[in-house]
Design a protein around this ligand. Structure first.
Ligand code: ADP
Length: 255
């Protein structure tokens, strides 16, 4: 609370009381804190890939390079530019969701098919991990915004890969019950310390641990994923043991 006080005098200058104004500044402090985190994240996460795009394109312009070096550099520039673009998408998504403008394009889609697609994309990108998909025994249809649900799955897969060592196995399971499908993504990676688990779905939150911080990120992915699942009428949670692994799950209503 911010406190402001002032004396109150009558017309003859005699002190008759004191005015005390108490103002709750919690919300303002929170906004300030958020702004400074945002600035830090933007400067760190945007500048690193940008610096590499600038540096590498300069190299391409000014140096005679053989075909294979050019291809390698272009590959890096492309990857960094994609990283920038997905970062900006996250920031914009966050703003949309914060202002409660998230519009879901609802349609019926096959959950198993969506999971298989996501697994194929990540398997193609990361050969260092083995992805094991166990879909529901029979096709299951959910009603939702397929692209947004794919974003949730991609975030969980990308985290499972990012925060577990090379050679690790990532398991993706779909379990079906009456009216609901539950998707689980487990890894045997870094895990999340018990003391920090309560904050995992907060925006910008990142586990304060050297091994986790070293991996790039904005701390926005899970906050967005959580909001998207809730908007679909689902639930999301996780279990995690430090240095052993994590299991993130979400549910979606099915039709
Ligand atoms: P980030 O961009 O940092 O990956 P997320 O919102 O996706 O942001 O995740 C927030 C934080 O939660 C991460 O920084 C990481 O510390 C922790 N985390 C998320 N998923 C996992 C996981 N599978 N294993 C260990 N830690 C995780």
């Amino acid at each position: 609370l911010e406190r402001y006080t002032a004396p109150i005098d009558d017309a003859h200058g005699a002190r008759i009381g004191r005015l005390v104004v108490l103002r709750d500044v919690t919300r303002e402090r929170e906004v300030d804190q958020l702004k400074s985190t945002l600035m830090q994240t933007v400067s760190h996460e945007l500048r690193t890939p940008l610096a590499s795009v600038v540096g590498y394109t300069d190299l391409l312009r000014t140096r005679p390079l053989d075909e294979s070096s050019r291809a390698e550099i272009l590959g890096t520039v492309h990857r960094e530019a994609k990283r920038l673009s997905s970062l900006i998408d996250d920031f914009l998504d966050l703003q949309t969701i914060e202002e409660q403008r998230l519009v879901l394009a609802l349609a019926s889609f096959d959950v198993g098919e969506l999971l298989a697609e996501a697994v194929a994309v990540f398997a193609g990108q990361s050969e260092a991990h083995r992805l094991e998909l166990r879909p529901c025994p029979t096709p299951v249809m959910a009603r939702g915004d397929r692209a947004r649900v794919a974003q949730v799955v991609a975030n969980l897969l990308s985290n499972a890969i990012k925060y577990s060592p090379d050679g690790g196995v990532v398991r993706i399971d779909a379990e079906c019950a009456e009216g609901v499908v539950r998707v689980t993504v487990s890894d045997d990676g870094l895990g999340i310390p018990v003391g920090q688990q309560a904050r995992v779905f907060e925006k910008f939150f990142r586990v304060a641990r050297e091994e986790a911080v070293r991996v790039g990120g904005t701390g926005l992915g899970l906050a967005l994923a959580h909001d998207i699942v809730i908007a679909h009428g689902g639930t999301m949670g996780f279990e995690s043991v430090e240095d052993t692994g994590s299991t993130f799950w979400f549910t979606l209503p099915t039709n």
